[in-house]
Design a protein around this ligand. Sequence first.
Ligand code: HEC
Ligand code: HEC
Length: 373
Amino acid sequence: MKEKRRRGKPKFPKILFAVFACTLFMLLVSFTVVTPLNNDDTYPPSPSDNISTKAGIELGRKLFNDNLLSNGNTISCATCHKREFGFADTVQFHKGETGMPQPRNTMPLLNLAWNDHFFWEGRVATLEEQVLHPIRNSGEMNQDIKALCNELKNEPEYLLLFQKTFGSSNIDSVQIAKALSQFVRSLYSFRSPMDSIMQQAKKTYSKQQVKNTGKPFSAILQANPEPLKAALRNRGYNFSKNTISAFVTCMQCHDREMNGDKPAIKSNGMATIRKDKGLQGITGLSSDEGKFKVPSLRNIMLTRPYMHDGRMKTIDDVLEYYNHNISGYPNLDSLLLKDGRPIDFNLSEHELEEMKTLLNMFTDRHFVTNANN
Ligand code: HEC
Ligand code: HEC
């Protein structure tokens, strides 16, 4: 808004003018703060104490990409979480600011607004808490939050953005966490070819049918994969029965948030190495050894190497593992057991290629090229 300053005699007393100006300013500020983004099914939900706004996401995006967040101003969140690789990266263990490699592979960031457990074993329950971990962690950004707040207060652009977002530029860790979380929640991937295929398959079941069973969509799909096959045929793909049957098994664990479920923490049977016991590290229970958060298959062709420790270099390594080599590790999930033994999908070379074609359909080009992410 353009502000015109009157140099001459004011038409009404100064005090009235000041009250009027103050009220106008507060109205404007409260308008920016309380204007939430469309909080319906088509947009990621946000918690009531940190409703996403355009200004908040913009501030979060700036923080996410700013080296200022690290102690020596050398790395940002985006150094490890790269948009072009689905907000993951392509090294096994990325180095933190001090040059120490991370103990785990960088996780991709997408559709986290629907998650309530973060990190590979799901040890943190809110994004607001999660986003401060990498800043403070000595192996990552190694930063003192108070020092960071002071650095940000010296930047006029940040002062403005914090003011615009929170109605106050009293920059503190809570505001930083809220803004970063708003940005991370805005990373919403829903435009892969697999999305439209699944949507089409879903339409084939009547709503009543889905409701009556009370089962997640993935289970309905496994019981009757015909609508999925039909949707694929519509696009010119005629995959073998074996491939489809293996694929719907994958979908019992992966990308459950596509159908309104939270990601599970399970074991796919891989033996734990490097002393990383997964969920057991938190609960102490031997029944939780080797359980990790099931990652999304979205953009999976862009995020190698694979698994929590990046032990598998290529998607072929992963498929070879699932196809013939699932180990009977004690906590292997029952979905990968058949007659008490690890499943052998027994896919032929040709079927493995078909599986790769299916995995390719999870690449959301819009998501990885959108400069607004
Ligand atoms: C040095 C590389 C590195 C940097 C810098 C980094 N991350 Fe990460 N990020 C990781 C790794 C590795 C994990 C998995 C860690 C674990 O499970 O213990 C992870 C996990 C996450 C997760 C959990 C995702 C999920 O699905 O549960 C979020 C969210 C996240 N990072 C956000 C951020 C934000 C925000 C920043 C900047 C403030 C940041 N990261 C900086 C490497 C990094
Ligand atoms: C019982 C649940 C379950 C089933 C079924 C399952 N997975 Fe997984 N998958 C997991 C878990 C858990 C992980 C993470 C393991 C880890 O990091 O230690 C994982 C990891 C992966 C990864 C690596 C992801 C990443 O970001 O590093 C890929 C790729 C993958 N699975 C593909 C498949 C395919 C293809 C199938 C079907 C043939 C399948 N999965 C079936 C649970 C499952």
